[in-house]
Design a protein around this ligand. Structure first.
Ligand code: ADP
Ligand code: ZN
Length: 735
């Protein structure tokens, strides 16, 4: 017996091995095996084919062992992987390794947890008083308790999504009698026996119409774009569509951008479907992820809620695939095997004959165009639940205001006034700025010396609280000196970051309770949850933060959203800069006015007339899409063409030589209709001491790009100058 094996490293192609008779019954399509490979006695491999004739002139080696009780890859998953391997031009073994939970490699045949109910946690009556007495030393316990007091009775799963390492704290709280755990049993059919509050609410007419169209498609492959404004009840539509699929005995896969930022979502699925839900995200330990994966593989759990890599989760008999916030950039992997999970989700649905639902308030232009051409069917939820109005959006043109006095922390008088009024009325505000730190550039007043990272071609950001200059690409730090190291002149900083905004708000409104949410202020998922919980309990008046504050949070007390500078992403040398800006503005604006009070949004910008800003003001997704699609069409950019980025990294000399050799090879074999941009140094020329070059190819179809890849394969395999070469199909970022 012969097998075709993909080896779990970055090598192209597959290899043929012989199966010794002692393993004959065990090796199957999709099995994970150990094989001798090159000089290594044991490498991990995956069985991707069962050839009948050996390749000529090769001495065959034997499969050494089978690594699992049953093959980790089912037939539809293998088809998906072969498709992805071909489309994304990635080595199959690398992709297959990335598709499996990390814990799988640790132990063979792990038992995995068996669960029979949904555990709920409830804060006890005296918990709030106890919290007041808890010292700062009991930090973790305090954070968990704060979260529980804000949310009330919740499934333990939600708490675990919010506090990945919160188990000891929870145990301590139970011991202290401050919270209680109850297990709700699960009926034989899998339905959790839940209190009435957890039963689905009656749908709005828009939601019902959406649900019936999705349900009517059940049993065959169809893709829907569910375009619903923020707060229109998309999640409820997913939940009920999945309930319908489960009633027909089918499984479901739900992909979400990031679980730590939206722990409630995981909780909503667990509360509705109980034990049938398996969660796959990076907040779990390897062992837990492996356990959840096994429950899916064995068919004990039939619904998977997970992040990007969960597109490969072994859900059995898939009936529906949901991608929430389908426009989110995190679905595209930017290093390693560069697949796009949203696009693979559609392919997976096709391979399994399932319905696919892509949901967003700000769909990507790729998806929107697919809906326009009829490839996808579009369903609209144009209204918020309870007909709450979308917030009013006002522009502050900074180019006019700046002509007067300099703005403290970039906060203009209108934004300062709105902030003060909001806090005075006991309401809450969110201030969004997509730049961390205090000042983004430090200069010498005398000689003009600019402080730059020695390993990356970027300037260092001043983090005043820590007293350091920090590189946001490699993390290198330098002590901040007031004097220039070259001439001894006085140094000055420019460019406002979130840290400065926070400090300015504290100065302007000394009585306001202010906190900051960015990667400096919160380091773990637990910190995020704690901060969001305090904000939800209205112990904070103003939350300043990076894009972390734009995600799907639901805070009824927020009546003001301030965008400190809308232009940070607009200036990036990336053809999606306008689209990303529009999405961020719309998403953050959607945080305002979710309660009974109407919301207000103030957008500060130097470019009030750029389409991304102007259409976000009118909540006009269609208007923005029309203008932006026209522009993309005229330039041949996606969705009207495909792109392949070839990314080269190496020494200064090596990267240049490799990039030039690749450019030359491409020029000689450039298929008709393909344009080549570059080779050129990347927008960020150096990261971590490695020089970076890019070549971009644009073509009407992916197949033309595949022939470019073929033309470059030999050079990429033996790059002159020894640089590394990565092919990135449908690149997410141009930087
Ligand atoms: P989206 O995902 O579109 O932002 P959600 O599904 O989170 O919206 O819904 C927004 C809020 O409205 C949530 O608090 C949700 O529980 C509530 N909600 C959704 N559908 C209904 C409904 N049919 N009746 C009452 N409340 C609903
Ligand atoms: Zn650096």
């Amino acid at each position: 017996m012969l097998v075709e094996i993909a080896v779990a490293t970055a090598v192209r192609g597959t290899f043929t091995y012989r199966v010794p008779s002692r393993l004959a019954g065990e090796v199957m399509l999709g099995s994970r095996v150990a094989v001798p490979f090159g000089k290594s006695a044991r490498a991990t491999g995956y069985v991707v084919g069962l050839p009948t004739v050996p390749p000529p002139g090769v001495e065959l080696r034997d499969v050494a062992a089978v690594l699992d009780e049953f093959p980790p890859f089912t037939a539809p998953l293998l088809r998906l992987i072969r498709w992805a391997e071909d489309y994304y031009l990635v080595p199959p073994g690398e992709l297959m390794r990335a598709a499996l939970p990390p814990g799988l490699n640790a132990r063979k045949g792990a038992a995995g947890p068996t669960r029979r109910g949904v555990e709920f946690v409830t804060p006890a009556a005296g918990a709030a008083d106890a919290l007041a007495k808890t010292g700062a030393r009991a930090h973790a316990r305090r954070a968990v308790l704060e979260y529980l007091l804000a949310r009330g009775r919740i499934p333990v799963e939600e708490l675990r999504a919010a506090f990945p390492r919160g188990r000891p704290a929870l145990t301590a709280l139970v011991k202290a009698g401050l919270v209680s755990l109850t297990t709700v049993s699960v009926a034989a059919g899998g339905d959790a026996l839940l209190p009435a509050a957890e039963y689905p609410p009656p749908l709005t007419p828009d939601q019902s119409a959406a649900l019936s169209r999705i349900a009517a498609a059940a049993g065959s492959f169809r893709t829907f774009l569910l375009l619903g404004v923020t707060g229109s009840g998309k999640t409820e539509v997913y939940l009920q569509a999945i309930a319908a699929a489960r009633a027909a005995g089918k499984g479901a896969l739900v992909l979400v951008p990031e679980i730590a930022l939206t722990p409630q979502l995981a909780g909503r699925f667990r509360a509705r479907f109980g034990d049938q839900v398996a969660l796959l995200h990076s907040g779990l330990t390897d062992r837990e992820r492996h356990g959840e994966w096994l429950r899916l593989r064995r068919g004990e759990a039939r619904i998977c809620v997970g992040v990007r890599s969960a597109v490969f989760a072994p859900v059995q008999d898939l009936g529906i695939v949901v991608v929430d916030e389908e426009h989110d950039p995190s679905f595209k992997q930017d290093d390693g095997p560069g697949y796009h999970a949203r696009d693979l989700a559609v392919v997976r649905a096709r391979e399994e004959g399932a319905v696919c639902v892509l949901g967003s308030a700000t769909p990507s232009l790729e998806t929107l165009e697919n809906a326009r051409t009829g490839k996808y069917e579009r369903i609209d939820l144009p209204r918020r639940i309870d007909d709450r109005p979308l917030p009013e959006v006002r522009i502050v043109d900074l180019s006019r205001i700046r002509k007067g006095a300099p703005l403290p922390g970039l906060l203009s008088p209108p934004l300062q006034d709105a902030l003060a009024a909001t806090v005075a009325r006991g309401r809450q505000a969110i201030l969004f700025l997509n730049r961390r730190g205090f000042q983004t550039l430090v200069l010498c007043r005398d000689c003009g010396r600019e402080e730059r990272c020695t390993r990356c071609s970027v300037s260092l950001t001043l983090h005043a609280r820590r007293g350091v200059l920090l590189c946001h690409y490699c993390g290198a730090t330098e002590r901040m000196n007031r004097r220039c190291p070259d001439c001894g002149g006085e140094r000055t900083g420019v460019g406002v970051g979130t840290e400065q905004v926070e400090a300015t708000v504290r100065e302007l409104l000394p009585q306001a309770r202010v906190a900051r949410m960015d990667r400096d202020a919160v380091t773990g998922a637990g910190d995020v949850a704690e901060l969001l919980a305090r904000f939800a309990r209205r112990e904070l008046d103003v939350l300043v933060g990076t894009q972390m504050v734009t995600k799907g949070h639901d805070f009824p007390g927020v009546t003001l959203v301030g965008v400190v500078l809308a232009d940070t992403a607009l200036a990036l040398p990336d053809f999606r800069a306008a689209e990303r800006t529009f999405q961020l503005l719309t998403q953050v604006a959607g945080r305002a006015g979710r309660g009974d009070d109407p919301g207000q949004v103030i957008v500060q910008t130097f470019h009030p007339h750029s389409p991304a800003v102007a259409f976000a003001v009118g909540h006009d997704h269609a208007g923005f899409a029309e203008v932006e699609l026209d522009r993309r069409r005229s330039l041949g950019y996606p969705p009207f063409g495909r792109m392949l980025a070839v990314r080269v990294e190496g020494s200064e000399e090596g990267a240049r030589r490799t990039a030039e050799a690749l450019g030359e090879a491409a020029r000689q074999a450039l298929p008709a209709g393909v344009t080549m941009l570059g080779p050129a140094p990347a927008a960020i020329e150096r990261i971590r001491g490695k020089n970076r070059w890019h070549i971009l190819f644009r073509a009407p179809t992916p197949s033309a790009l595949r022939s470019v890849h073929r033309a470059l394969a030999a050079t990429a395999h033996r790059p002159p100058g020894g640089a590394s070469v990565r092919f990135d199909m449908d690149p997410g970022s141009m930087l």
